[in-house]
Design a protein around this ligand. Structure first.
Ligand code: ATR
Length: 271
C-alpha cells in the first residue's frame, strides 16, 4: 500500500500539536501514512501548495496565517467554510484543492461529548475573531435559540451577526457581566487567559449555576475563567477537545477512517 501523506501548513507552525494527534491515529488504526509540520510563509503560499500537489499529498490542515488566504487557491470550498469565511482542512484530489472548515464541528462535538444541551439554548460568545465565527456558526447550526456576542472592538461583531441577524444579539463589551443573566452556554474565544496574556477578567455572579462554560484556550488547560466557573458549580468544558475533535473529519478525508478521541490521546497532547 502506498503511503498517504498529509500535514499542517502555517507560519510559524512549530508549535502545532496536530502531528501528535494525527500520528497517534495513524499508529492506532495501523495505517501507512505521515503527517508533518510544513512551514510556508504568506509570500510562498501558492508555490508551497503546488509543491504539495506535485509531491502527491492527500491534503493538509491550514493554520495561522493562511486560513483566509487559502480560499482563492481552492478549486471548491464547502458551505460551512464559505459561511465561516475560513478553511482549516484541504483535501487534494486529482490535483484539485477542496477546502473545508471543521472548527465548528470540533467545537460542537466537544460540547456534546460533555453532554451539554445546545438545542433552543442561549449562548454567549466572547470575542469576534476567526475562532468566534466558527463557534457562533456551530452553535446556530446545532440549534441554539439565541447567540449573544461581545467583543472589545464592537464593530467586529457586526460581520459575525450577518450569519443570522435574527438570532444573534450584540452586547457592549462593558455590559458583558450583566448579560450573563439567563445564559446557558458561555464561551471564551478571545486570546485572554492564554499563557502570557492577561486573564479574561469577567464576573460570573450573574451566570446561572446550570450554565456550561467553555474556553477555547487550552494552554493553560484550566484558565482563570474555567477555575471560577468550576468554583461557582458550572459545568466546564476545556479547550483541548475542540482541537482533537476538529481533527477527526480531516483525518477521515485523507486516511478513510473517522478516528476516535480518547483519554489517552488527550493526555498525550497535553504532555
Ligand atoms: P482568533 O482567530 O484565534 O479568534 P483573533 O482573530 O486574533 O484570533 O482574535 C482575538 C480575539 O481576542 C479578538 O476578539 C480580540 O478582540 P479585538 O477584536 O478587540 O482585538 C480579543 N482580544 C485580544 N486581546 C484582548 C484584550 N486585551 N482585551 C479584550 N479582547 C482581546
Amino acid at each position: 500500500m502506498s503511503i498517504v501523506k498529509a500535514g499542517v501548513i502555517g507560519h510559524p507552525v512549530s508549535h502545532s500539536k496536530s502531528p501528535v494527534v494525527h500520528e497517534y491515529w495513524i499508529d492506532k488504526y495501523n495505517l501507512s501514512g505521515t503527517y508533518e509540520k510544513i512551514d510556508i510563509t504568506e509570500e510562498e503560499l501558492s508555490v508551497g501548495i503546488q509543491k504539495l500537489i506535485d509531491d502527491g499529498y492527500a491534503g493538509f490542515n491550514v493554520t495561522v496565517p493562511h486560513k483566509q488566504n487559502i480560499i482563492p487557491l481552492c478549486d471548491e470550498i464547502d458551505e460551512t467554510a464559505k459561511l465561516i469565511g475560513a478553511v482549516n482542512t484541504v483535501k487534494i484530489s486529482d490535483g484539485k484543492l477542496y477546502g473545508f472548515n471543521t472548527d465548528a464541528y470540533g467545537f460542537i462535538e466537544n460540547l456534546k461529548s460533555h453532554d451539554a444541551d445546545i438545542e433552543g439554548k442561549t449562548a454567549f460568545v466572547l470575542g469576534a475573531g476567526g475562532a468566534s465565527r466558527a463557534v457562533v456558526y456551530g452553535l446556530l447550526d446545532a440549534g441554539a435559540g439565541k447567540v449573544l456576542i461581545s467583543n472589545r472592538t464592537k464593530e467586529k461583531c457586526n460581520e459575525i451577526s450577518m450569519i443570522n441577524p435574527d438570532k444573534i444579539q450584540i452586547i457592549d463589551w462593558t455590559d458583558r457581566n450583566e448579560a450573563l443573566d439567563g445564559v446557558d452556554i458561555l464561551v471564551n474565544t478571545t486570546s485572554l487567559g492564554m499563557a502570557g496574556q492577561p486573564s479574561l477578567g469577567i464576573d460570573l455572579s450573574a451566570l446561572p449555576a446550570a450554565a456550561t462554560v467553555s474556553d477555547i484556550v487550552y494552554a493553560p488547560l484550566m484558565t482563570e475563567l474555567l477555575k471560577s466557573a468550576q468554583g461557582n458549580g458550572n459545568k466546564i468544558v476545556t479547550g483541548i477537545g475542540m482541537l482533537l475533535h476538529q481533527a477527526r473529519p480531516a483525518f477521515e478525508k485523507w486516511f478513510g477512517v473517522l478516528p476516535e478521541v480518547t483519554e489517552d490521546l488527550e493526555a498525550l497532547v497535553l504532555k
